[in-house]
Write a protein that binds this ligand. Structure first.
Ligand SMILES: [Zn+2]
Length: 155
């Protein structure tokens, strides 16, 4: 039995043994909390231009920006339009980034719908959602209440 096991191991490490071919590996890039506040080093539009240029230079292809309501930041909508114009995707991350562990399902639902209404007309918008803090609810009611949500019929 030991000999058989040794022979099997030897076969697996021999140069003739190879794993079955697989598809090329891919990485998905995403950014949360867009549009972010203006920082001390550069304003939001400068940051957006540098980021899109860096993504283009790196030839990443489309990335996903999970966004809060753009109306909360100066030039917020303009920055998201720049991301869209560069071929990137826009998705929902609630209006104000509340924590579902500390927010009612009804309030959280309104947050999603508010952001949806502000984002839905942007080119590249997808009906995708990322939970702020990755908190998907502490109770089955919270988890199911949000997961079963269908964005309003306006788009
Ligand atoms: Zn976030």
């Amino acid at each position: 039995m030991k000999t058989l096991l040794f022979a099997a191991l030897l076969l697996m490490v021999s140069p003739g043994f190879s794993a079955p071919p697989t598809a090329p590996k891919k990485v998905a890039l995403s950014f949360d909390d867009c549009p972010r506040r203006t920082g001390t080093l550069m304003n939001g539009m400068e940051r957006a231009r540098k980021l899109t240029k860096a993504l283009k230079d790196a030839k990443t292809g489309p990335v996903v920006f999970f966004c809060n309501s753009p109306s909360r930041q100066p030039d917020g909508l303009e920055r998201l339009k720049l991301f869209s114009a560069e071929g990137h995707l826009i998705a929902n991350h609630t209006a104000t980034h509340p924590d579902l562990y500390k927010t009612s399902v009804a309030d959280f639902t309104r947050e999603i719908e508010t952001a949806h209404d502000e984002l839905k007309d942007l080119p590249g918008f997808r009906k995708w959602f990322r939970f702020p803090y990755l908190h998907e609810g502490k109770t089955p009611e919270a988890v199911n209440g949000v997961r079963d949500l269908q964005p309003n019929s306006s788009g």
